[in-house]
Design a protein around this ligand. Structure first.
Ligand SMILES: Nc1ncnc2c1ncn2[C@@H]1O[C@H](COP(=O)(O)OP(=O)(O)OP(=O)(O)O)[C@@H](O)[C@H]1O
Ligand SMILES: [Mg+2]
Length: 292
């Protein structure tokens, strides 16, 4: 049976000054509707590239992405993206950045007043109601990120693609955003693929954590099923042995690769990628192993 979202053996090679660079090799993942997937892996391994291919912003050199039995060939409102670096329209206010997306998606199904209320509601969710009329260059980086999240959530996408969405936020806001995201996702049953460097965040939010091997030719190294009942309560989980076990598994995956270039941390990883570990790891001395 076909799964809801099928990332089918995608490989991608970029032309570079030093010749072709194979960034991803045969990345394969079947995602069910309503599943929450985290993508984790060292800096530069190709996580954003995977997300961009699913978003339809990049085409794989080989393989492809199928969503509900249709091949993804371009971006669409059924797949909203929260980018690693915000992507707001600089000439539009905070309100208008979200409203534009709301108008695109709900033009026919919501009245003007409903679209206004929906825009405000989503901005309230990310605590941005106080800055509706400000332009992106008049707000902080974390605030811009929150507006990007509000815009994506407001589109009620089938698939929500988030590239380190909470990385720039202070820990209190991040906690709040994680809880809202869990709540929204439970309500709407949307499918989420989120890139994160934060192990606690990955375990708290995910049904499965996909751990990527290091590049070049990065692929899916291992997949961890996080079998914790929902709704999840971060305080209770902090002392839950199962939570800590999952957490340790992810740390182990990252750490073994981090320290031992030849290590085979996983059962089904592509060991041939491990030589590349040293280089990639240097770039991420601050690899986040615990959330603030
Ligand atoms: N358009 C491109 N042309 C050439 N190389 C590219 C291109 N896009 C990405 N790359 C290379 O592909 C590799 C993976 O990049 P990507 O941004 O997907 O990594 P990442 O896992 O998201 O890293 P980070 O955690 O630092 O965000 C990097 O080596 C990057 O330099
Ligand atoms: Mg990235």
């Amino acid at each position: 049976m076909n799964s809801y979202l099928n990332i089918d053996h995608i490989s991608i090679t970029f032309p570079t000054d030093n010749g072709p660079l194979e960034v991803l090799k045969s990345v394969k993942l079947n995602v069910e509707q309503g599943e929450f997937i985290s993508l984790i892996g060292h800096s530069g391994c190709g996580k954003s590239t995977v997300l961009n291919i699913v978003a339809g912003l990049l085409r794989a050199t080989e393989g492809g992405v199928i969503l509900e039995e249709k091949e993804v060939t371009e971006p669409g409102p059924d797949r909203a993206v929260v980018f690693q670096h915000h992507s707001l329209m600089p000439w539009l206010s905070v309100y208008d950045n979200v409203r534009l997306a709301v108008d695109q998606v709900f033009k026919r199904t919501k009245s003007k007043q409903e679209r206004d209320e929906w825009t405000r509601h989503n901005l309230e969710l990310v605590h941005m109601s106080h800055a509706l009329e400000r332009k992106p260059d008049e707000i902080s980086g974390g605030m811009k990120q929150r507006v990007g999240i509000a815009r994506a959530l407001a589109m009620e996408p089938k698939v929500l693609l988030m590239d380190e969405p909470f990385g720039a936020l202070d820990s209190l806001t991040r906690t709040h955003m994680q809880d809202s995201l869990m709540e929204i996702q439970a309500r709407l049953n949307n499918t989420v693929i989120m890139i994160t460097h934060d192990v606690d965040e990955a375990v708290l939010l995910s049904d499965r954590i996909v751990m990527m091997s290091n590049g070049p030719s990065a692929t899916v190294g291992d997949i961890l099923n996080v079998d914790l009942p929902r709704p999840r309560d971060r305080l209770a989980l902090a002392e839950d042995p199962a939570f800590n076990h999952y957490r340790a598994e992810v740390v182990k995956f990252l750490h073994e690769r981090h320290t031992k270039p030849g290590a085979t941390a996983t059962k089904k990883s592509s060991e041939q990628n491990d030589e590349a570990d040293q280089g990639a790891d240097q770039s991420r001395p601050g690899l986040k192993l615990a959330s603030g």
